[in-house]
Design a protein around this ligand. Structure first.
Ligand SMILES: Cc1cc2nc3c(=O)[nH]c(=O)nc-3n(C[C@H](O)[C@H](O)[C@H](O)COP(=O)(O)OP(=O)(O)OC[C@H]3O[C@@H](n4cnc5c(N)ncnc54)[C@H](O)[C@@H]3O)c2cc1C
Length: 455
């Protein structure tokens, strides 16, 4: 009856993990991928972005080295070399993904796939058009950047193009205020571009703690990023100076490159959802129940295409829960509370749990601990960089319900604390924990005096 037990459409973070896990549990699995294996994260997301963030950090490191006695000759940055090294590493990872699939016996089909009905997939490969029947179908097609319909939008690029720009942009205008916009602004500023960031909101990074947002905005500006908040773009046009970005308030900016990072939409175009009867929500997001099942019982969806929590570890977690439910013991669960996350701005942001506003709303009375200081490292440098840390405690239970940091390696620091918070650690447990001295992280276990307890 069926060619496969599971047919996965999309070979990104979620799809590859689900295919491997299902195959390891004895299922006959096929995976269709239209582009490079590894999806957004490996090819145009987390990995290349973090590599470029490392590259950008060297700018500060060279400056800081002087205070520690090093004489560094004027460093020169070679954009072509960075791009080539990144491309080589990503190609290696593409190969690793292919081997992982082959190693678990997953049939890899290269081409664009679409649903015909709840058990049939149609795929266009180099060998021609094929139909496959499957007991279950998993949609893991991810998301794609969207650029609003403004005049001159064809002059804008999206995050997908930022890794291979040619030539290096001397002047970059970033439109958007989310984490992707802020990260690219930081990266290209570090690499030497003159960067402006235009955002229609009053502050960057909606959804993060308000004090974190204000603090990072200050740090971005201190690093030389020209922040244009509460400002919107009306049109783009090419003139003798470059790409002119017309702002609603009559002003304008000129860039060699204009990056639109104003949002991502689910990748559902041409997927055959209507034909198969799969219900969709806002922007086409595939609607799923608590078991990642769509309105068609044999069709499932995970990851960015469901437009819920759009992070690689979440797509991986959902993949493992689903594969376990369909082909394993069905014991795995994914809890969406206390998902830690980082923003690779300069400095980084790390956060887990509730923002102050959310915590007040959910818990009522909360106690807030906060500290801001010059990190030890910068006592010998000329950098004005500061570090910010904040803890939110539910006054009724003493449980730490929010932990936020802006500072070096904030993601690394917060990952460890996320375990404690997931385990329900109270402020008393934090207080009873011995710090590691001298580190930034120790501040989280030595904050004694609350700033206030809300009424
Ligand atoms: C610039 C940027 C930076 C990011 N940084 C981070 C970060 O630091 N940390 C983090 O956790 N997350 C980050 N993310 C988000 C992360 O990349 C995604 O959450 C994750 O990749 C989602 O995985 P997925 O499996 O849902 O989809 P994807 O990884 O997008 O994979 C979907 C795959 O499906 C394929 N496909 C789509 N339609 C079809 C079709 N019809 N037939 C065949 N193949 C198809 C696509 O080619 C793609 O390979 C970032 C995203 C971006 C854009």
């Amino acid at each position: 009856m069926h060619d496969f037990d599971l047919f996965v459409i999309g070979g990104g973070s979620g799809g590859v993990r689900a295919a491997r896990m299902a195959a390891q549990r004895g299922a006959r699995v096929a995976l269709a991928e239209a582009a490079a294996l590894g999806g957004t994260c490996v090819n145009v997301g987390c990995i290349p972005k973090k590599l470029y963030s490392y590259a950008a950090h060297y700018a500060h490191d060279f400056e800081d080295a002087e205070g520690f006695g090093w004489n560094v000759q004027a460093p020169r940055f070679d954009w072509a070399r960075l791009k080539a090294n990144r491309a080589r590493e990503i190609a290696r990872l593409n190969g690793v993904y292919e081997q992982l699939l082959a190693g678990t016996g997953v049939t890899l089909l290269r081409g664009w796939a679409q649903l015909v009905d709840g058990h049939t997939v149609d795929i266009e490969t180099a060998a021609g058009r094929q139909h496959y029947r499957a007991r279950h179908i998993l949609l893991a097609t991810g998301g794609t950047p969207s650029v609003p319909a403004i005049a001159g939008r064809e002059l804008a690029v999206t995050s997908d193009s930022m890794f291979d720009l040619d030539p290096f942009p001397r002047r970059l205008v970033v439109v958007g205020g989310g984490y992707i916009a802020c990260e690219f602004a930081s990266i290209f500023r570090g690499l030497g571009s003159q960067v402006s960031l235009v955002h229609r909101g009053e502050q960057v990074l909606r959804g993060f703690d308000d004090e974190v947002r204000a603090f990072i905005a200050g740090e971005l500006a201190r690093n030389g990023i020209d922040l244009r908040l509460a400002s919107s773009v009306t049109s783009l046009a090419r003139d003798a100076e470059g790409i002119r970005v017309q702002l609603a308030d009559d002003g304008s900016l000129v860039g060699d490159v204009v990056l639109y990072a104003t949002g991502r939409i689910p990748n559902v175009n041409g997927l055959g959802l209507e034909a198969a009867g799969v219900k969709q929500g806002k922007d086409g997001a595939i609607l799923v129940d608590g078991h990642y099942q769509t309105s068609v019982p044999s069709v499932h969806a995970i990851g960015d295409v469901t437009a819920r929590v759009q992070l690689t570890p979440v797509a991986l977690g959902e993949a493992m829960v689903l594969a376990d439910r369909l082909f394993g013991q069905g014991r795995r669960r994914l809890d969406y509370e206390f998902i830690p996350t980082a923003v690779f701005t300069h400095p980084n942001i790390g956060t887990v749990g509730y923002t102050e506003a959310q915590a007040r709303e959910k818990f009522g009375r909360i106690t807030v601990f906060r500290t801001e200081f010059k990190p030890l490292r910068h006592t010998l440098t000329r950098s004005g960089e500061r570090t910010f840390m904040k803890l939110l405690v539910d006054a009724a239970t003493d449980r730490v319900v929010g932990l936020h940091m802006v500072g070096p390696d904030a993601g690394e620091v917060v990952q460890g604390f996320a375990v404690a918070m997931k385990a329900g650690a109270t402020k008393a447990v934090f207080d009873a924990t011995v710090g590691i001295h001298p580190t930034l992280a120790e501040e989280f276990v030595t904050m004694r005096e609350p700033v206030f307890t809300s009424s």
